[in-house]
Design a protein. Structure first.
Length: 210
């Protein structure tokens, strides 16, 4: 799987995932250990406790990451503030990056992530990165994702709609753009603009134009 070995840090989303996504962390750690890596698995820290302050975990994780030679990113890492921060730190430290699910090198991922975090990439480049690759692997095509969301929104708004009316998949990205515009009107934040561009692209994908 890998020609060179060293100390590998496992990074990925935990918050909001059943059992804190520990099973994915442990499975990835086992795969890399079998391949000859010395693995730093944050899911093994503190005896698996999940009730400590977030800053406690973050300090420990960053210190552990700094002692590693490579980082492996679990699916959905881009949606996790902590994992994205770890990816940026890994970029600054010059660590090698791998896909935690396949073990394959991902040489361009940290460059893209770092560019997004440091404002060195364009708004459109960042939006494309967010709507490609792992995001679709995690959530499916935007049409399928938005159809599920539309069904839930229709249920929530049922008392506001006539019996024949329902929210549709193509309306979801437009509503999300409105949310981001409202936030941007309150205070400028680059992430709002990236998300607006990203939702515009998903609207085109739902329409079958991309």
């Amino acid at each position: 799987m890998m020609l060179t070995r060293g100390r590998m840090y496992i990074a990925g989303p935990m918050t909001g995932i059943p059992e804190h996504n520990f099973s994915a962390f442990h499975a990835a750690a086992e795969r890399f250990r079998q391949a000859g890596w010395d693995v730093a698995n944050p899911a093994e820290n503190f005896g698996g406790r999940t009730d400590l302050p977030r800053t406690t975990y973050l300090r420990s994780d960053v210190a552990m990451l700094a002692q590693c030679d490579a980082i492996a990113l679990l699916p959905g890492w881009q949606l996790s503030a902590g994992a994205t921060l770890e990816a940026v730190i890994a970029c600054e430290l010059g660590l090698r990056v791998f896909d935690a699910a396949t073990g394959e090198p991902m040489p361009e991922v940290l460059r893209t992530s770092y560019a997004a975090e440091s404002d060195r990439g364009s708004i459109l480049d960042c939006a494309r990165a967010l709507t490609d690759g792992n995001r679709q692997a995690d959530y499916g095509h935007p049409r399928d994702d938005f159809e599920r969301t539309a069904s839930m929104w229709t249920g929530i708004l049922r008392s506001k709609l006539t019996a024949e009316q329902r929210i549709t998949a193509d309306e979801i990205p437009l509503c999300m753009i409105a949310v981001k515009l409202a936030r941007q009107a309150h205070r400028h934040k680059r992430d709002n603009l990236v998300d607006i561009a990203g939702y515009a692209r998903t609207a085109a994908m739902v329409a079958g134009e991309e």
